[in-house]
Write a protein that binds this ligand. Structure first.
Ligand code: ATP
Length: 469
């Protein structure tokens, strides 16, 4: 079930920029509106909905898949394609179970869980809000506050069974994070490329966790995607701290460059008690959500030599690195940036959602960065019952389509079509009118300003390419 929480007064007082936010962000049911829009316009659907759903799973619809792919494409471009010191891999989801013993997940990938003694519902011990909501529910219904069991560790790895003979099936795990596929391939990458430390291996892919309390829309799902970089460096304190700071800044800049508002972003360093035992430093990139306060959507970790050392011990393979410059052999240290694609998509959506007054009309607009917008250009004939306009508009649509993701719309009146594209974040709409037939120009309407300018049809490709650059 989608849990929709109201914006709290506390959040308003904490958010010094609240006054600057537009009316949409003052609305106390913003998340309800966003989840409804996602369903209505084909961004995100509840998983297996026609069978009553499956908690913690979500399906991306026709617009959602374009949007999510754009996020991954931009990440891959900035982390892999535009750099000389990072290569990418795509490891299998299913791995030898020993990987998860080496990584510590079999033993310690667990959340402490408490159980309500009245109804036996379970919660993460740190889900304070959910627990207090649950207590209030019982106080209202049973007139008593529930007692809770002592916390028990609950392993988050999802098991699967491989093999054709029932009795001989082998237990494997659906990966709980994509990270381990990189370490398992460290030697392969070193041997098959000319990468020299410092260098990174990047990956995007699905991960699975048996989350106790999935919820808050896609925020906590049982199947989700991660985009991660493992950056291998020399085992030197000072240099490693510099790389850690470097990647923190790079990652924050990436979100801001793609339009996420800076005032909604912050780092939160891990408390000593929450830091993984091998992590030297760890910080979360957090976003200020309207309904749930500050929430993590990327972790940046200084993991030291722990992972490669463990995999070396468990596999019996040498995962050390020989540094030609110094003539020294060592196990590299790792700085990791681990982002969630689904949380990033959700926070870009929240950040982009606005309700504007356009003259006497209200509109909903997703002010996505054009690079993230699922559709770049909408193309319309001014009137659908004028064959010459339709024919010309079709020819423009067909000419633009190989270069930009375009939408065709000839329903209803032109104003409705603009609003329909605004609601899904299309940055530009091209309208073919009678002047087009006379002088070869069209109107291009800008989503954010609603201003229109006349552009020559033969200049449209360059015009949009420039804008996207
Ligand atoms: P949380 O504390 O919220 O459970 P985490 O610290 O366990 O998250 P990491 O293991 O650091 O998360 O994973 C890196 C990123 O993967 C997270 O920042 C998040 O964006 C994403 N992620 C992790 N778990 C989930 C989930 N259940 N649903 C969606 N995304 C997730």
């Amino acid at each position: 079930m989608i849990r929709i929480l109201d914006i709290t007064k506390a959040w308003y007082s904490r958010n010094t920029n609240a006054k600057k936010r537009n009316m949409a962000h003052n609305n106390n049911n913003l998340m309800g509106k966003i989840t409804a829009l996602c369903k209505r316009r084909g961004f995100i659907f509840p998983g297996s909905e026609i069978y009553g759903g499956l908690a913690g799973t979500w399906d991306y619809g026709p617009l959602g898949v374009l949007f999510k792919n754009n996020i991954k494409k931009e990440w891959w471009r900035s982390i892999v394609e535009l750099r000389e010191d990072v290569v990418g891999i795509d490891a299998a989801i299913l791995m030898n179970p020993k990987v998860w013993e080496a990584s510590g997940h079999v033993e310690a990938f667990a959340d402490p869980l408490i159980e309500c003694k009245i109804c036996h519902e379970r919660f993460r011990q740190d889900a304070k809000e959910d627990i207090s909501e649950h207590e209030k529910m019982h106080e209202g219904k049973d007139e008593k506050k529930p007692e809770w069991t002592e916390p028990r560790q609950f392993n988050l790895l999802v098991k699967a069974f491989l093999g054709v003979v029932e009795e001989e099936k082998r237990t494997v795990y659906l990966r709980g994070e994509i990270t381990q596929g990189v370490y398992a391939n460290f030697r392969n990458v070193l041997d098959s490329t000319q990468m020299k430390i410092p260098f990174g291996i990047a990956q995007i892919g699905k991960a699975f966790r048996n989350e106790i309390t999935p919820g808050n829309f896609t925020f906590r799902s049982r199947e989700f995607e991660q985009m991660e970089l493992q950056f291998f460096i020399k085992p030197e304190e000072k240099e490693s701290e510099q790389w850690y700071d470097y990647w923190k800044e790079e990652r924050l800049k990436w979100y801001a460059d793609l339009g996420m508002k800076k005032e909604n972003l912050r780092f939160r360093d891990h408390e000593p008690s929450e830091k993984a035992h091998y992590a030297r430093f760890a910080t979360d990139v957090e976003y200020l959500t309207p309904a749930w306060g500050w929430k993590e959507f990327e972790g940046i970790h200084h993991r030291g030599e722990w992972d490669l050392k463990r995999h070396s011990e468990f596999s019996g393979k040498d995962l050390s690195y020989y540094d030609e410059e110094s003539g020294k052999r060592f196990i590299p240290w790792v700085i990791e940036t681990s982002g969630g694609v689904d949380r990033t998509a959700l926070f870009f959506l929240i950040d982009a959602y606005f309700e504007d007054a356009m003259g006497s009309e209200q509109r909903v607009v997703l002010r996505f960065h054009p690079k993230l917008a699922p559709i770049k250009v909408g193309v319309f004939p001014l009137l659908a019952n004028k064959p010459k306009l339709v024919e010309k508009a079709r020819s423009i649509y067909n000419a633009l389509k190989p270069n930009f993701v375009c939408a065709w719309d000839d329903r209803g009146n032109i104003g409705k079509r603009y609003y329909s594209q605004d609601e899904i974040g299309t940055p530009w709409c091209v309208t073919v009118d009678f002047e087009t037939l006379e002088n070869g120009t069209v109107t291009v309407r800008d989503r954010d300003t609603a201003q229109q300018e006349r552009i020559r049809v033969d200049g449209l490709k360059n015009y949009f390419e420039d804008k996207l650059r």
